[in-house]
Design a protein around this ligand. Structure first.
Ligand code: AVI
Length: 319
């Protein structure tokens, strides 16, 4: 193991919130549901990386371009010698843009639920930033967690990109922001937020021609088969992702194409033909509605950057 990684052993948060429980409890509900955080096993994380590169999925490249363009100003706002804490770190591609602009960043703490994937990407990052203390934390950042202070009690700046905030119901999103504010000990938070826009553009982003989003959604069933010994026939479920224009959200479902029964963890679940399993919501905000929510969570919303088409926004919230 890399010496800088060995200095702080990757921590594993207690879960008590396992995939098996989530699937069994979610399928017993009406309507049926499986929480979207379970998309991200190793295959799911890699499929999500592919989604980010799709021509229809404008979010990632727009956010990346914004980060690149405004990195010097963001670095100034974050200040020198910070510890970056990234919530839901993913591929770590975006943090590199900031690390290149920051003045003497001291430490990087990526928090992600997908442990194997995190270990791989952190190893690659470590090779490129030899002076940086790396502290990968395998944890579900939606649950209460502690990020212990490093020696010298470094000032923290948070990173929560990719509009992941949109995957939470507004009250949960606000509670999450409040908790992040606590973790950051008075440091600011940089948040990427997808914006309300032409519904056709949104629809295309979640119904890509190559079928990668469909594979990402269906991977939940493949994962349940592999990890829980379930007997889903993934071909007997359809990916369905309409935009609910009233609620400003994409809603994602796996719809049963026939009447069927499935066994998970020795429990049998009946599906009617056309019955949906709700797997994800992806909420879109206006700049104002997001700033209001951040303020209610206790942050002081400061700078906001957006692209000329106003597809995506990046917010700097002071703690
Ligand atoms: C991670 N999250 C912000 C993505 C989104 O757009 O809501 C997940 C995703 N689901 C389908 N495509 C991408």
């Amino acid at each position: 193991m890399d010496a800088r990684l060995a200095r702080i052993a990757p921590a594993k948060a207690p879960s008590g919130n396992s995939f098996a429980e989530a699937v069994v409890m979610g399928l017993a509900r009406t309507p049926k549901e499986i929480a979207c955080k379970y998309f991200y096993d190793e295959t799911g994380s890699r499929l999500f990386d592919q989604i980010c590169e799709l021509p229809e999925y404008y979010q990632t490249r727009t956010e990346r371009a914004l980060l690149q363009r405004h990195a010097p100003e963001i670095a100034r706002l974050m200040g020198p010698e910070v510890e970056i804490v990234e919530f839901g770190a993913g591929s770590l591609r975006k943090v590199r843009l900031l690390l290149d602009a920051l003045k003497n960043p001291r430490a990087y703490t990526p928090v992600d639920i997908s442990g194997d994937y995190l270990a791989d990407v952190v190893r690659a990052l470590g090779a490129d930033y030899p002076g940086l203390t790396l502290r990968p934390l395998v944890a579900d950042f939606t649950l209460p967690m502690t990020v212990p202070a490093l020696a010298g009690r470094l000032r923290r700046a948070g990173l929560f990109t990719g509009s992941t905030i949109g995957n939470f119901k507004p009250d949960v999103a606000m509670a999450l922001l409040r908790r992040m504010r606590g973790t950051l000990n008075g440091g600011g938070l940089l948040v990427g937020v997808d914006l309300v826009k032409d519904p056709r553009r949104l629809h295309a982003a979640y119904n890509d021609a190559a079928g990668i989003t469909a594979a990402f959604n269906t991977n939940l069933l493949v994962r349940a088969n592999r990890e829980l010994g379930a007997d889903f026939d993934p071909d007997a479920f359809a990916h369905y992702a309409p935009y609910n224009a009233l609620a400003h959200r994409i809603e994602m479902y796996l719809v049963s194409l026939k009447r069927q029964s499935v066994t998970v963890d020795d429990q049998r679940f009946e599906f009617a033909q056309g019955e949906p399993v709700h797997t994800e919501d992806s909420r879109k905000y206006t700049i104002e509605s997001f700033r209001e929510m951040a303020a209610r969570a206790g942050f002081s919303p400061r700078a906001v950057w957006t692209d000329p088409e106003r597809l995506f926004s990046i917010h700097w919230l002071e703690g």
